[in-house]
Write a protein that binds this ligand. Structure first.
Ligand code: ARG
Length: 264
């Protein structure tokens, strides 16, 4: 099934502050390499037949490449992001402005802190929502009211997996892959109850951001280094499309972080 993704070319990408344990401003990152790797990801989506829209990168916003954080779009309704850290605050209005100027009239500025699809992942009948590091629980309720979809709160406990999309991804509309230890005991139980048939990832796959993957229900675009998880996905009948995004991982991001899905 064809998807519509919003992406932002990493023209101003850099690691110049540290707001998660992956970021080391001393070591920095190579922008040219990041751009090349990002172009590879974009090319993969186009080869798979997906539609890719682009938002203009803004100078001074080095993390803007992580489009997933810019909003949550379900059924054509756009729930805007409100970032936790001042370094990224200006991205919220920039993404919202893209949607309003592209004809998305049902767009809403959030009252509560939330980082868009970084912490909200949409399945057919529910939205999974992370909290603990970035998105406030109050935003889960706000999103549920605005979208009219049930939102299930999940608590993240490991700072390496600070966004829900670093620890879990939907395989399709009704099943997920995830790394259990990234979640509180109660949230692990919720996930076991909701998804008895989930793909359970190992720490080796999680620490290369293997769970920051994008599935269209058939193909899974996933970090090349997550080899164990790739094997299990193939065993389950998915077509695995490995991508090389190591330079963006220096900021704590992978394929999913670079991808905001526009639904409806
Ligand atoms: N450096 C960014 C941050 O810490 C990375 C964001 C990654 N995005 C994501 N959807 N997990 O905010």
């Amino acid at each position: 099934m064809t998807r519509h993704y919003l992406m932002c070319r990493p023209d101003h990408f850099a690691v110049e502050y540290a707001i998660n344990p992956w970021m080391d401003p001393e070591a920095g990152a190579d922008r040219e390499v990041a751009i090349r790797q990002w172009e590879g990801l974009r090319g993969v989506y186009e080869e798979l037949g997906h539609r890719v829209s682009l938002i203009d990168p803004v100078e001074g916003l080095p993390d803007m490449v992580f489009a997933a954080n810019g909003a949550l779009v379900v059924g054509g309704r756009v729930y805007g992001a409100r970032f936790t850290h001042p370094e990224r605050a200006a991205e919220g209005p920039a993404y919202l402005e893209w949607f309003t100027s592209n004809g998305y009239t049902a767009a809403r500025e959030a009252e509560f802190t939330n980082e868009g699809e970084g912490d909200f992942l949409t399945l057919d009948h529910l939205v999974l929502a992370g909290t603990g590091f970035r998105t406030e629980v109050a935003a889960h309720g706000e999103a549920q009211e605005f979208l009219g979809r049930p939102v299930v709160s999940l608590r993240l406990v490991d700072p390496r997996f600070y966004h829900l999309d670093t620890a879990l991804f939907p395989l399709n509309g009704h099943n997920v892959a995830y790394f259990p230890e990234a979640f509180s005991p109660g949230s692990q139980e919720v996930l076991r109850n909701l998804f008895p048939d989930a793909v359970v990832a190992t720490e080796d796959d999680a620490v290369v951001l293997g769970l920051n993957a994008v599935s269209d229900g058939t193909h899974v675009v996933i970090n090349a280094e997550a080899t164990g998880l790739q094997l299990e996905l193939k065993r389950r009948g998915f077509e695995v499309v490995p991508v090389e995004l190591a330079e963006l991982r220096k900021a704590g991001g992978g394929p999913k972080c670079c991808t905001l899905e526009i639904r409806g």
